[in-house]
Design a binder for this molecule. Sequence first.
Ligand SMILES: *Cc1c(COP(=O)(O)O)cnc(C)c1O
Length: 491
Amino acid sequence: MADFTFPHDTRASHMHYVSTRGQAPQKRFTDILLGGLMEDGGLAMPAQYPAFSRADLDAMRGMDYRQLAFAVLSRFADDIPADDLKALIDRTYTPEVYCNTVSGSDARDITPLYTLEPGLHLLELSNGPTLAFKDMAMQLLGNLFEYALARSGDSLNIFGATSGDTGSSAEYAMRGKRGIRVFMLSPHGKMSRFQTAQMFSLQDPNIFNIAVRGVFDDCQDMVKAVSNDLEFKAKYRIGTVNSINWARVSAQVVYYFKGYFSATKSNDEQVSFTVPSGNFGNVCAGHIARMMGLPIRHLVVATNENDVLDEFFRSGVYRPRGTAETLHTTSPSMDISKASNFERFIYDLTGRDTAQVRAMWGEVDRGRPFDLSASPLFGRVASDYGFQSGSSNHAHRVSTMRLANERWGRAIDTHTADGLKVALERREADVPMIVLETALPAKFSETVVEALGREPVRPAGMENLESLPQRFEVMDADVVAMKAFIAANAG
Ligand SMILES: *Cc1c(COP(=O)(O)O)cnc(C)c1O
């Protein structure tokens, strides 16, 4: 895909963002940095992908993580002065931030490649503060938000609901940041002790943990209710950090490049990636890396029992589930009813036909399926875009965790186990397979104990996490009381 520039149109040399639904004005990177959906309900996409030529890839091979991050992100965030962007990247991707390696890997690699056997690798994305891959993008987001707010003189109150990984990753990214406060709802007593302790032990005055007497859906309903009150939202400058945020997706593109260069010796080679998937944010970044010219053969989407994505890649039918249909599994961060970033891929698949995307998501937004099984587009999903898929379940997870331990002496977490299970089915003889490690086993110890009969190793300094003092509010699922709490504590 060419990166056209037209000499008579100076705007064409800048990166602009358009909506997947085609009815919102173009934006620049910093315009969409703090936002979620575009005005027409669609998702932001680059008007064209930057292209990396063979010569570019040759120049990038040998770069360290920070240099790669700048090479990639300067193409997407070209309205941030280069020196500023470089400083933000250098501050984010340090071995001090991504220090929690327990495998013996070198933290200076930021995302070390761990070789199980020749041609089969794990890309360690979970050595950040909360031991899940979401830290890779969220830590940058924290620094970008602080930078943008300082430039505009604004402040921001982040309001969200979490059942685990996203909320803690957001809190560790935003803690202590000037101009930012975080109000994070979680279902009281329903998260693991480790995840609860990780969040509630934060003592930073700009972090507010709210344990809601109810289930996760009650928390999410309250976020929706506050978001729908536009007057309140504007008055208290309420924002979110959900997985459709473009800056998060673009920051995730970087480690596909890093993984590719680590697993190969020349840019003539191809690799495949297997990605434990939920909201399709992680693997969407892989798709974007491939569109930019990275030699990726297959992108293998691995799901757990919540197999809405696997079903699409097998059958061409995308059937979002109701929340009541969503199963609670032992890889909980992949328990989704629909995949919020999937619209970005379908936009590309249709040749960026926004009328078609509007028609399809007109159905999806009403909870109805769409069916591409009879469309020539469906054949292109695999042939042109390289997608494959597979699914896993609790029994697979446990047996794959045992296999990794026995054959390679490597403990893995439940989400990574879903990925490895599918990767072993999809692996080809001559193409290196890289499985993305999306969390450390210490985060999901119950299933590790079930599989391996022992507690997983914790990173240094986290041994006594559960005994640290905790700071949180317990509240009812009451929107009026919630708004009053935010009003009293907003920045
Ligand atoms: C969020 C998460 C996933 C799913 O990633 P998506 O970008 O939503 O597809 C997988 N594994 C872990 C551990 C996660 O936290």
